[in-house]
Design a protein. Structure first.
Length: 156
């Protein structure tokens, strides 16, 4: 198995102003992911967000909206739901709310401020774990299955 070389950045053009924006790192991972359910992205020249249909990849001329549609055309409705932000929020809350409640109950002998801080800490830790579960158990494997690549930055 040969790992495809992962590019560090890609350039897209905002059709309205004609100016290019380079995306790298985390934002490149998100923008390149057809399953990210992203609807708007940033134009560095305008300094604002616009619909992804208004942007085209500079190297291919294809709009980001068309690129998403093309690479996600094989996704089933359940695959789309399981990679959506709605489902991500659901997983986070399913873990974070009981964690917050658990910490609150465990600290029953402490003062109210400590109990509330504990609940807040439990929520943050739970949200983090929920996020990891969403990414590792759902978003990554489903995206790989639908798009055929481990890293969507290798898609063109
Ligand atoms: Zn612009």
């Amino acid at each position: 198995m040969t790992d495809q070389l992962v590019p560090e950045s890609r350039v897209y053009r905002h059709r309205q102003c004609g100016e290019e924006t380079t995306v790298g790192d985390q934002s490149f991972e998100t923008v390149s992911n057809p399953m990210s359910s992203m609807e708007r992205t940033y134009c560095s020249s305008c300094g604002a967000m616009f619909e992804i249909s208004e942007f085209e990849w500079s190297d291919t001329g294809e709009t980001i909206a068309d690129y998403y549609a093309r690479h996600s055309q094989n996704a089933t409705p359940s695959q789309r739901f399981l990679t959506s932000k709605k489902f991500m929020l659901l997983v986070i809350l399913i873990i974070a709310l009981p964690a917050a409640g658990g910490a609150f109950v465990l600290l029953a002998n402490s003062g109210m401020l400590v109990r509330l801080l504990g609940a807040f800490g439990g929520f943050i830790v739970g949200a983090f774990i929920g996020m990891m579960i969403f990414v590792e158990a759902f978003a990554k494997p489903i995206t790989k299955k639908v798009c055929g690549v481990t890293d969507t930055r290798t898609l063109t």
